[in-house]
Design a protein around this ligand. Sequence first.
Ligand code: F0G
Length: 430
Amino acid sequence: MSFAYLQCIESRCRLRQNPKRDSYRCSACGGLLDVKYDFDAFDPAGLREIWHRRRLSGEPIDRSGVWRFRELIPFVGPEDRIISLSEGSTPLVGTRGAGYWAGPVHLTIKHQGNNPTGSFKDLGMTACITRASSRNVRMVACASTGNTSSSMAAYAARAGIRALLFVPYRQISAAKLAQALDFGAIVVEVGDTFDEAFQLLREIAPELDLYLVNSVNPFRIEGQKTIVAEMLEQRAWRPPDYIVVPGGNLGNASAIGKALQELLELGFIEKVPRVVVVQAEGANPFYRTLAEGSADLIPVSEPNTQATAIRIGRPANWKKARRVLEWTGGFCESVTDEEILEAKRVLAADGVGCEPASAATVAGVRKLCRAGKIERHADVIAVLTGNQLKDTDYIMRHRSGTEENRQRLSVEPTLEALRRALERALAVPA
Ligand code: F0G
């Protein structure tokens, strides 16, 4: 049996933690923690075969795109109940105009919006809530820009655990809030930013004995890791040149890097793609920190972007993500809200919908190509993290109502008025 333990990520510490306690910080130095494994000796070819065969199985655990790869996340015991909603198994979709626009590059979309609650968070949440359930946790909690909260609410409901979430006041999309409410979570709107809500949650968590499921919880990272095995399997184990993700709290970049490192060490791949993180210009602390070569995080005290999912000024996982970018030779880019909007339009013209934060990836690829950092015709996977319907307010703001935008018409119900309106609308090229 492979064996799991928690270890501090700080190179000067590396303390192994007491396995009886789940925590988010090293008990000695306060550093972030990794779940580490003493893996069994693996036969990669044999395991690939097993994973492939499980796709035909009717067992719920095999149908999950996370638990199908359970040998990579061996922290559950045989007696533990797996809390799954059949997450993962999301499509890889080729692009047409978007790849040309962004580079030209060979741009493929890994669409995580096709998950049970509509975002990539479900991968991490099945792992984390399974862990919480195995520890008989009574109440889980998170601070969120919206997607973590809907995901936590769904998986907690499934596990029969109460869910408490902190969100910044009037700053998350109505659809995400509605999901969390629908799944029965208690929603506390507090503070102006995610960072403020998160800080308050951390302070109150010990008093209320809350189990935090934000991505500082290392078990979240374990679930999110499996996206890499899945995308590689979909590509017959041929790694791309780049994997591009939007950066908020930087859990996703950390998870992808950890997966690549483990898959390399276990002999599944020989080449490692560069991991690229794209932030919104108004909320780009990681970009600033790397650009300045600063040893400490340069936070953004008033983060601001219409891509509300990544409106974060003090990303908790920045050290893990920096490690990933250094190790894979990747980089961080920053894009404006206008560039995000344009990328979202270009994706939509390919029939690919996503929420604004996700479109930041493609905007970032274009910028990096223009700067000569990503080479023309490179093989690029952009991870679209959230579903198009996660933020319909944004779409309505940008797609309807303006004079020059003749997409949404309301017309008097007569043929004459209809003819006039359609003539004007159709005169604008598609
Ligand atoms: N894309 C979307 C759609 C997100 O919801 C998030 C994060 C990210 C990208 C960034 O991922 O934090 O791993 O760097 N959303 C979190 C939330 C913060 O609360 O839902 P990250």
